[in-house]
Design a protein around this ligand. Sequence first.
Ligand SMILES: Nc1nc2c(c(=O)[nH]1)N[C@@H](CN(C=O)c1ccc(C(=O)N[C@@H](CCC(=O)O)C(=O)O)cc1)CN2
Length: 284
Amino acid sequence: MTAQVIYGTEIAEQLRAEMKQEVEGLKKQGIIPGLTVVLIGDDPASHSYVKGKQKASDQVGINSDLITLPTSTTEQELLTIIDKLNQDEKVHGILVQLPLPDHIQEQVVIEAIDPAKDVDGFHPINIGRMIAGKDTFFPCTPFGIIQMLKRKNIEIEGKNAVVVGRSNIVGKPVGQLLLNENATVTYCHSRTKDMQKFTKEADILIVAVGKQHFLTGEDIKEGAVVIDVGVNRMDNGKLTGDVEFESAKEKASYITPVPKGVGPMTITMLLHNTIKSAKKFHQL
Ligand SMILES: Nc1nc2c(c(=O)[nH]1)N[C@@H](CN(C=O)c1ccc(C(=O)N[C@@H](CCC(=O)O)C(=O)O)cc1)CN2
């Protein structure tokens, strides 16, 4: 079997075209969705992701602002900025780009953002609502993965979904969203014994460990749907995923590439959450 490649770029383009229309409609009612991104330090990858967020916001008509701060910014200075953004009625979404410098506690910052403006879906209130199966802001990468599966008409209900990785940003929430869609979910992580026993049983395999070619075709069941969340930079400067694409493609029924797979969906779902927040603020 040779897999069908799922390009997130194509799905993202469709979704963004739909969002652009929605924003045009909102603007006619005097509503301009507003997103503020806060970026601390000079990590080149973070700068590039934030640039992508600004560009995508402009594309759909979201008013986006960027606050760039030096690495020396204190936690208190950052909290003061977040407090101001929480009060600003023009700002519907606040996103603090991660990772943060070591001297700033990530969880303190996440919890300082008003849950109603937490378009990253990382605030414990929004995570709790997601676990309870309520409507809320879902974390962007996991939400993007679910949208990719749905847009490709891939059935989730009743399937064995195996998530390799248990980060707060991707692994844990994507497992929860798959469970909400009635999949049978198994998490594998660094302490899992005989991981292949689990990955080979997966109908849907999500890999988010951040290790180049962590899994190969040998770890995959014939016909599995393989979603590769890894973005690893190789010595030659090129990007590669957590899954060895060439061997996995011969076993899977569907597979996402890196780049152009899950990554573009992350930014797209951020736009979705910002529009959702603006609508909710204006009671639409
Ligand atoms: N506050 C947040 N911080 C971080 C998040 C997040 O969701 N919220 N996720 C990641 C980084 N990220 C978005 O912020 C992100 C990662 C990758 C991509 C992407 O489009 N990747 C492209 C390749 C890009 C390249 O060439 O370098 C792809 O896979 O095709 C977008 C966003 C950590 N921080």
